[in-house]
Design a binder for this molecule. Structure first.
Ligand code: KIV
Ligand code: ZN
Length: 390
């Protein structure tokens, strides 16, 4: 059975770059954009052209080099923003303008000091203006996560009529629970006239650690685009992590959803973004963290050495990691020590292993991790050294 495609909208260069201290110059953005194109993302949100001359330049240059992906520029529902974005995108093979406005009562009252009717009017005008420049217009209902569903449906209906091709439903503050976010998508699918003319998009922030879960719940309930960033970087606690949603859909085939991402480039792309932004990846980060395929406790190591699948649900090679790691610590067992000792040239008998293991434990209690060079030292310190090297 053919799987339904979930479009991957990468916003590493826009929402991701909003992280304090992670600003990129145009050169760096171009390198990342080319890699994202190679990775197979469907849309690259290249920046917010009105925000600065530098960002305008980046969007313009990225538009020139990207071969396959749609290149997108962010705007507010403001005439000048939209005109400037259209100008920045003029070289793109597939340009998209991403315009929108806050729709929650909190945004309407405090940010815009407006009424719901005025917000709808501004949204319609922005989409119509954007459509006069490009065919592909995405509308975001900022703070949709906290927007009343009935009003949100009304906004969606009106912007579809005005020409929006994609409807972004951002959980801007990372507030929603997965069930709630999924129910929102389902409500929109069932209550917005003309919804079949547009793609619903998930844009989830990670303030409660639920960005990935919410995006997955969104696509299970009918959304067909996920907005995400490499390593989950982004404002505050970040955005949905690209590598996580891609691998979740791949590891759960019964969902019948997939993306066009070449997962073998995930690890390398993660390192590339981390290095150019100076933003380290936490070691326990799912899919791309340095410990994502490392095993250090004796029970797990014994299982993995016998059969990798006992403790791994992803083959590390599938995401571009060469192999699983058996890390030696004071919690490691004989199986792991024998395995690592063999890798550095010592084929130990059971009796020799018993002896080396006692020496290993003394050493490991003093050191966080035992590395290959330490194994030579440990073996040398045992009474059976001569017998082992004979
Ligand atoms: O989080 C958000 O609501 C956004 C919009 C500008 C799309 O980033
Ligand atoms: Zn956002």
């Amino acid at each position: 059975m053919n799987k339904d495609k979930v479009y991957i909208f990468d916003t590493t260069l826009r929402d991701g770059e909003q992280v304090p201290g992670c600003k990129l110059n145009t050169e760096q953005k171009l390198v990342i954009a080319s890699r994202l194109d190679e990775l197979g993302v469907d849309v690259i949100e290249a920046g917010f052209p009105i925000s600065s001359p530098g960002d305008f330049k980046s969007v313009e240059e990225i538009s020139k080099v990207v071969k396959n992906a749609t290149v997108c520029g962010l705007t507010r529902s403001v005439k000048k923003d939209i005109e400037v974005a259209a100008e920045a995108l003029k070289y793109a093979k597939r340009p998209r303008i991403h315009t929108g406005i806050g729709t929650s009562d909190s945004h309407i009252t405090h940010k815009f000091r407006a009424t719901r009717e005025e917000i709808i009017e501004r949204a319609i005008a922005a989409v119509k203006l954007a459509r006069s420049f490009v065919e592909d217009v995405e509308f975001y209902a900022e703070d949709a996560g906290r927007t009343d569903n009935e009003f949100l449906a009304k906004v969606c209906e009106e912007v579809i009529k005005a020409g929006a091709t994609v409807l972004n439903i951002p959980d801007t503050t990372g507030y929603c629970l997965p069930e709630e976010y999924g129910a929102k998508m389902k409500y929109l699918r069932e209550n917005v006239t003309g919804i079949d003319k547009a793609i619903l998009s998930c844009h989830c922030h990670n303030d409660l650690g639920l960005a990935t879960a919410n995006s997955i719940s969104g696509v299970i309930n009918g959304a067909r685009q996920i907005e995400c960033t490499i390593n989950g970087i982004g404002e505050r606690a970040g955005n949905t992590s690209l590598e996580e949603v891609v691998m979740i859909l791949r590891q759960h085939p019964y969902l019948n959803l997939d993306t066009s991402i070449n997962a073998k480039l995930l690890y390398d792309t993660s390192r590339m973004v981390s290095e150019s932004m100076g933003m380290p990846v936490q070691p326990n980060k799912a899919i791309v963290g340095s410990n994502a395929f490392a095993h250090s406790s004796g029970i797990h190591q014994d299982g993995v050495i016998k059969n990798r699948e006992t403790y791994e649900i992803i083959d590390p090679k599938d995401v571009g990691v060469s192999e699983s790691a058996i890390v030696l610590t004071a919690r490691s067992g004989r199986a792991a020590l024998a395995y690592r000792a063999k890798n550095v040239g010592y084929e130990l008998t059971k009796l020799q292993l018993d002896e080396v293991y006692q020496e290993f434990l003394k050493f490991a209690d003093r050191k966080k991790e035992v590395v290959d060079a330490d194994i030579h030292q440990i073996v040398k310190n045992t009474k059976v050294y001569k017998e082992i090297i004979a």
